[in-house]
Design a protein. Structure first.
Ligand code: GAR
Length: 193
């Protein structure tokens, strides 16, 4: 079985979309793949409750308990490796990862970012797209490299920016697309493994 480990920090709506797609499209049979675990760096992440409700193993590796990025990443890697993952999927995981961690999972570490990369890496992407006067915005699924919000692009979705949009409205429009492209990109990758 190809195990997928999903890392979350917050609400976990992308994680939920992936879990739903895996069930709906029968990833177990089609790709011999399953969502094996959800790991959060925050004990209060809503994604953990969602995972528990789905009967998926969940775990917290609280970054506040570690005094360096290296020691946190080492503990995170131990938690991940317990599930022998074919893919490690960052779904709203809001920690900068060390080069050693990224290298360990090279080629099997994915991220979704709420902008049309290479535009707007980093934070506050929706507000920045509005302030730049963009007419379109979107989301990107990409392989993770040691450079933040960079790496080979697997999928993108474009949404319009409408007159009078707030950052929250734009974020919600982008998020609905994230929920479509992330499971699809993962499925495409699973088909090649
Ligand atoms: C999503 O919009 C995702 O693209 C973004 O955080 C949100 C998480 O939502 N990720 C990043 O900004 C990573 N740099 P979710 O917890 O509901 O999936």
């Amino acid at each position: 079985m190809k195990n997928i480990v999903i890392l979350v920090s917050g609400g976990g709506s992308n994680m939920a979309a992936i879990v739903r797609a895996a069930e709906r499209d029968n990833w177990r049979k089609r790709y011999l793949a399953q969502v094996a675990a959800v790991i959060s760096n925050r004990p209060d992440a809503g994604g953990l409750r969602l995972a528990a409700a789905e009967g998926i193993a969940s775990e917290v590796v609280d970054h506040k308990a570690f005094d360096s990025r290296e020691s946190f990443d080492a503990a995170l890697a131990r938690a991940i490796d317990a599930h022998q993952p074919a893919l490690v999927v960052l779904a709203g995981f809001m920690r900068i990862l060390t080069p050693g961690f990224v290298a360990r999972y090279q080629g099997r570490l994915l991220n979704i970012h709420p902008s049309l990369l290479p535009a707007f890496p980093g934070l506050h992407t929706h507000q920045r797209a509005l302030e730049a006067g963009c007419k379109v915005h979107g989301a990107t699924v990409h392989q993770v490299t040691s450079e933040l919000d960079f790496g080979p692009i697997l999928a993108q979705a474009v949404v319009p920016i409408l007159p009078g949009d707030s950052a929250a409205e734009l974020s919600a429009r982008v998020l609905t697309q994230e929920h479509l492209i992330y499971p699809r990109a993962i499925a495409q990758l699973l088909a090649t493994l």
